[in-house]
Design a protein around this ligand. Structure first.
Ligand SMILES: Cc1cc2nc3c(=O)[nH]c(=O)nc-3n(C[C@H](O)[C@H](O)[C@H](O)COP(=O)(O)OP(=O)(O)OC[C@H]3O[C@@H](n4cnc5c(N)ncnc54)[C@H](O)[C@@H]3O)c2cc1C
Ligand code: FES
Length: 258
């Protein structure tokens, strides 16, 4: 893990309020594994005080990319960064997706911004003899991000592209209609999606890893501010930032706040 003062290389608006930010981070790019994240200090001012975590979306040489949705104060400030601006970044943080285990087909599932943790995983799987199918879900076709992914099948809530409905229903349809050999699911997305995919994995007895999002402060296991309740593990709670963000879906108690 390194803390670096990085330089912004570029910021692209991909439509709606979704942005792709590229910044120089050779020390982090060297070490980052699929599913890991960086914790970014948004501004040199005291507000917002807390860093914001983002999955590493891609790496190209010494540069890293994140994909973000401008939903609040921090991400709105990020959305006006300019080439050459400085960015205080800590990473790579957290654990990574595991390619171990008995499986021959990787089912990658990304809902909303959850798709950000899939391209590095796709690239890592490319060197293995594993069949990949990627399921991407979004509100509508304008919000779909499918760059740097393989064998993509889309779902949109409004049916403007691909399957009409949620991405978990699309995965279930695929499992029922296609001959999927020894699958393992790798999923990242909002909590209701993760709970649904974990129930699906249980129903079909499929290995499943989920990447959990949680509000974070330190991002490195000190403040105890990101607990997730576990099932059937030695510890009742784990920290998303240090023990995760990737967990076996069977070991997570999903608590949804409406
Ligand atoms: C491990 C990890 C990886 C993450 N990776 C990404 C990523 O790759 N891309 C990305 O865009 N985000 C990602 N997030 C979430 C990201 O950290 C939040 O989007 C960010 O903290 C929002 O900060 P903000 O200051 O803009 O919003 P805040 O001002 O903190 O929140 C403003 C409002 O937005 C709501 N909000 C906060 N987060 C979200 C969200 N994710 N979706 C919808 N509404 C939200 C809050 O509930 C609040 O109402 C990740 C989080 C974790 C823990
Ligand atoms: S964010 Fe501080 S312990 Fe996880």
């Amino acid at each position: 893990m390194k803390q670096i003062l990085s330089k912004v290389i570029g910021l692209e608006n991909l439509g709606n309020s979704i942005y792709r930010l590229t910044f120089e981070a050779p020390e982090i790019a060297d070490k980052v594994a699929p599913g890991q994240f960086v914790n970014i200090r948004i501004s040199e001012e005291y507000s917002p005080l807390l860093r914001r975590p983002f999955s590493v979306y891609n790496k190209t040489g010494k540069n890293l990319q994140i994909l973000f949705n401008a939903v609040g104060r921090g991400t709105n400030i990020l959305s006006i960064k300019k080439e050459g601006d400085k960015l205080d970044v800590i990473g790579p943080l957290g654990n990574s997706f595991s390619l171990s285990g008995q499986f021959e087909t990787a089912l990658l599932v990304g809902g909303g911004m959850g798709v950000a943790s899939l391209p590095l995983l796709c690239a890592a799987i490319q060197n293995k003899i594993i069949h990949v199918v990627t399921f991407v879900g979004a509100k509508n076709k304008e919000s779909l991000i499918v760059d740097n992914l393989r064998n993509v099948i889309c779902a949109t809530d409004d049916g403007s592209k691909g399957f009409r409905g949620n991405v978990v229903s699309l995965v279930e349809q695929h499992i029922n209609e296609m001959n999927v050999v020894k699958p393992k699911i790798f999923a990242c997305g909002p909590p209701p999606m993760l709970r649904a995919i974990s129930e699906l994995a249980k129903k079909y007895k499929i290995l499943c890893e989920v990447s959990i999002e949680s509000a974070m402060a330190c991002g490195i296991g000190i403040c105890q501010g990101c607990p997730v309740e576990r099932i059937g593990t030695a510890n009742k709670y784990s920290l998303v930032c240090k023990d995760g963000p990737i967990f076996d879906s069977n070991t997570i108690k999903f608590v949804l706040h409406d």
